[in-house]
Design a protein around this ligand. Structure first.
Ligand code: PCA
Length: 320
């Protein structure tokens, strides 16, 4: 039988007076990403507010779990908490994917309104999987990265097009481009090895992946404002001391507010970084806009055909 001598036991208790807990938190995105910076601040605030009773360790850039596995890792309690791109869950339910439908919500104001309509449905869907959303933060509006100027949708035909979710894959296919799924962290390599030659993403991800190394033009089509979400395993959360639970919820609310502000600042700042590094920033031609809108309309029609009543109710509430 192994047992501690009494003095050793006493030392242990002094060293750890609180039932301190450490949570590993995976995210797909790299350290330079404002979302990652925001969740690190969230972790610091939780640690400070709980006197170290809950320490959250952020694992960035898919280092702990690949993006596609993060939700299930939290669900199965391999990790208590995690961040991912919300619309990546659209295969589970189309309610998750509305923020990635082109031209549904294209400004921060619209995005906030959409999130307000989406949140109750998303919360209920996640609850069925034993998950609870803590906060959600948008990326800046999504723009188009290409070599040479794109004047009409026809100019996209045949391009190997980087995609990050099912909606973007559908978009690329409708534009007669060839979609290839690539994680944000792998963008520079995908371009340098010619796996892809065009993409749609935010100025944040464009600047962070040094898009000037592989494209010449950024067209500010501002087609959608997709979000990340941070979820926690409900059972793990419920076991926390109530004071710690409260600290997590308070820090989560602060992270949501701060994240939206960071995102708004990023949009202009990172567009400027791209310009300073030689990317030509252009506004889309009227013809390009109408072509993209036609793709968006076709996608929304497909979405409406397959969406659940709950998902459709989000769109109705949002449109009111
Ligand atoms: N950056 C992430 C998601 C949306 C964005 O702006 C990416 O490109 O994967």
């Amino acid at each position: 039988m192994i047992r501690f001598a009494a003095p050793a036991m006493a030392a242990l208790m002094i060293a750890a007076p609180l039932a301190a807990e450490t949570w590993d938190m995976p995210t797909p995105y790299g350290d330079a990403t404002f979302h990652t910076q925001n969740i690190r601040t969230f972790a610091e605030e939780v640690a400070a507010a709980t006197d170290g009773a809950l320490e959250i360790t952020v694992h960035s850039a898919n280092s702990l779990f690949p993006h596609a596995e993060i939700k299930n890792a939290v669900r199965s309690r391999q990790v208590p908490i995690g961040e991912f791109f919300l619309s990546r869950l659209s295969n589970d339910d189309l309610a998750y994917g509305l923020d990635s439908q082109p031209f549904v919500a294209t400004s921060y104001e619209d995005a906030a309104k959409l999130w307000a309509a989406q949140k109750p449905v998303v919360t209920e869907l996640l609850a069925k999987e034993g998950l609870m959303p803590l906060f959600s933060v948008p990326w800046p509006a999504q723009g188009l990265y290409t070599n040479g100027e794109i004047k009409t949708v026809d100019d996209l035909a045949g391009l190997r097009f980087r995609a990050y979710n099912a909606a973007l894959e559908e978009f690329a296919a409708l534009a007669k481009a060839a979609p290839v799924q690539i994680e944000a962290a792998d963008i520079p390599q995908a371009f340098s090895t010619s796996q892809v030659e065009a993409m749609i993403t935010s100025p944040s991800t464009g600047a962070n992946s040094k898009a000037w190394d592989f494209v010449t033009h950024y067209t500010a089509i501002d087609a959608w404002v997709p979000k990340n979400i941070v979820v926690v395993n409900q059972r793990v959360f419920d076991r926390l001391d109530p004071a710690v639970q409260e600290a997590v919820m308070t820090a989560a609310a602060a992270a949501e507010t701060r994240g939206w502000e960071m995102s708004k600042e990023e949009a202009a700042a990172k567009t400027k970084v791209m310009e300073e590094n030689g990317i030509t920033i252009v506004q889309p031609s009227a013809e390009l806009v109408s072509g993209l809108q036609a793709i968006g309309a076709a996608m929304l029609e497909n979405w409406n055909e397959k969406a659940s009543d709950e998902a459709k109710a989000i769109l109705e509430a949002y449109n009111q």
